[in-house]
Design a protein around this ligand. Structure first.
Ligand SMILES: C[S@@+](CC[C@H](N)C(=O)[O-])C[C@H]1O[C@@H](n2cnc3c(N)ncnc32)[C@H](O)[C@@H]1O
Length: 454
């Protein structure tokens, strides 16, 4: 749903701080509920279609307002009870947990089609059925927690809704595995036992800031990364792999590494290792399925030259290498490229090469070095491709472009640009990587139209 809904707004929309009772009609892009107050559109966080809620307006704009839920007055008929709750509040990582899973899938499927049609003005493509998640809970291989203090005791969990200064302690987050939860709780218990202070950003005092827990789902490895304002700490529990960083978490790098630095994971038959600064999909099982869809769309015969732009630690290119002639990966984070090269070597894959570069400036150089590709795979961050990068991709003149997107609202304008330049959007397939959340992943296939195209 776009924010410009075509509805004639009331003379004056609701103002910041006003409280209203509204009924949620549908879900907007990004996952908030959409309601109307006297014809005026209100985007409501913390509510689902069919809910009647008391809301407080947080922003009043000319054409719409934003609000947060204060009280659920009447739940939608199909609303499920929240299963992941911390300190009486629904888990911030699972804002759609009240929606039956079938409805989550339907909304995601519809939103991909709607983004391409309404934002991209595209028609005639095949929207394939969404791939449901293998696990609806306990699927995340990475979670980040913040330290806080509740009644003088160390808390380790998530920010309370709308509060930057209050941390709700987490005992069992149902997005993490039991092992991941146990690791977080062990760090919290250690902090309590050794009376280690929590960092207070106003007073600029204290030590503990954040904790990242990552898991190799297939290897069973747990890696914890503790971000602190100082490196002198009592030794953490020995069975945890812990790296301690300096104040801002990115300036000094690890000052004390007590565990393994690389996280090991297995995916599509590959043995992978990754450093903490490298991107890796947070749902291992579904990443495997996502890459299988990308490979199916690429339709390789064994001879093609494939570019894997935004390649991270090389996952997509490495999983396609056996069906390709040669693969070239390009990625901006040098640490990730080191991981990608190590992963290729470790798995005995010889027809891949990786380049550390910005896609904006590095794609032309890559064409010069490797020659024009037959297939370009693109997997950019949420913001999608800038106009300039779209032009660089077009210069590759690939027969096929496989676009892996984590945001249909940025895929849509990029898709329109590719179509405008002579590609045809053949098909799109959503893949549910993030159950209980509004996040949508999908793969789109573009083929070059015109003379010479098949
Ligand atoms: C969504 S991730 C995909 C990574 C990989 N394809 C995967 O599936 O694990 C996007 C990647 O793009 C990289 N990136 C961001 N901006 C970039 C740019 N301008 N040029 C090249 N890579 C970039 C990020 O570091 C990240 O690794």
């Amino acid at each position: 749903m776009s924010e410009a809904t075509g509805t004639v707004p009331a003379a004056r929309g609701p103002r910041r701080g006003e409280q209203l009772e509204v009924e949620i009609e549908s879900l907007a892009f990004g996952g908030r509920g959409l309601a109307r107050a006297d014809g005026f559109v209100v985007f409501v966080s913390g509510a689902l279609p069919g809910d009647r809620v008391l809301v407080e307006i947080t922003k009043g704009k000319k054409r719409f307002a934003e609000a947060r839920t204060l009280e659920l007055l009447e739940a939608a008929a199909d609303r499920l009870p929240d299963r992941c709750v911390h300190g009486g509040e629904p888990c911030p990582g699972a804002p759609w947990q009240g929606l039956p899973y079938e409805s989550q899938l339907r909304h995601k499927q519809d939103q991909v089609g709607e983004a391409l049609r309404r934002i991209g003005a595209l028609e005639g493509f095949e929207l394939e059925e969404i791939v449901p998640a293998v696990e609806q809970w306990r699927y995340r291989n990475k979670l980040e927690y913040s330290f806080g203090e509740n009644d003088g005791e160390v808390a380790l969990g998530f920010h309370a809704r709308g509060r930057w200064d209050l941390i709700v302690d987490v005992e069992d987050c149902r997005l993490a595995t039991e092992a991941g939860n146990a690791a977080r709780n062990a760090v919290r218990d250690w902090a309590r036992l050794d009376a280690i202070s929590v960092y207070d950003s106003r007073a600029k005092e204290g030590i503990l800031r954040n904790l990242v827990v990552r898991e190799g789902r297939r290897t069973g490895q747990i890696q914890t990364r503790l971000v602190t304002s100082a490196s002198r700490l009592p030794r953490p529990p020995v069975d945890l792999h812990t790296a301690i960083e300096g104040d801002s978490g990115n300036t000094e790098g690890p000052t004390g590494v007590l565990g393994e630095e690389l996280l090991r994971e297995e995916l599509s038959g590959l043995k992978l290792a990754m450093s903490h600064g490298a991107f890796f999909q947070t749902n291992t099982e579904m990443a495997e399925r996502l890459y299988a869809v990308a490979a199916e769309f690429a339709g390789l015969s064994g001879n093609e030259r494939v570019f894997d732009l935004y390649c991270g630690i090389g996952t997509i290119g490495l999983t396609m290498a056996a069906q390709a002639g040669e693969v070239w990966g390009l990625e901006i984070v040098p640490e990730a490229i080191t991981d990608a090269e190590r992963n290729a070597k470790h798995n005995g894959i010889e027809n891949v090469q990786f380049v550390a570069a910005n896609a904006r400036t590095g794609t032309r150089d890559l064409v010069e070095k490797a020659g024009k590709p037959d297939v370009v795979v693109i997997d950019p961050p949420r913001a999608g491709l800038s106009q300039k990068i779209v032009r660089r991709v077009l210069e590759c003149e690939a027969k096929k472009i496989v676009y892996v997107s984590c945001n249909p609202t940025t895929l849509a304008p990029n898709a329109a640009q590719l179509v405008e330049a002579g590609y045809t959007l053949k098909k799109v397939k959503p893949v549910d990587m993030f159950p209980q959340t509004p996040h949508i992943e999908c793969v789109a296939l573009f083929e070059k139209s015109g003379p010479g195209s098949s």
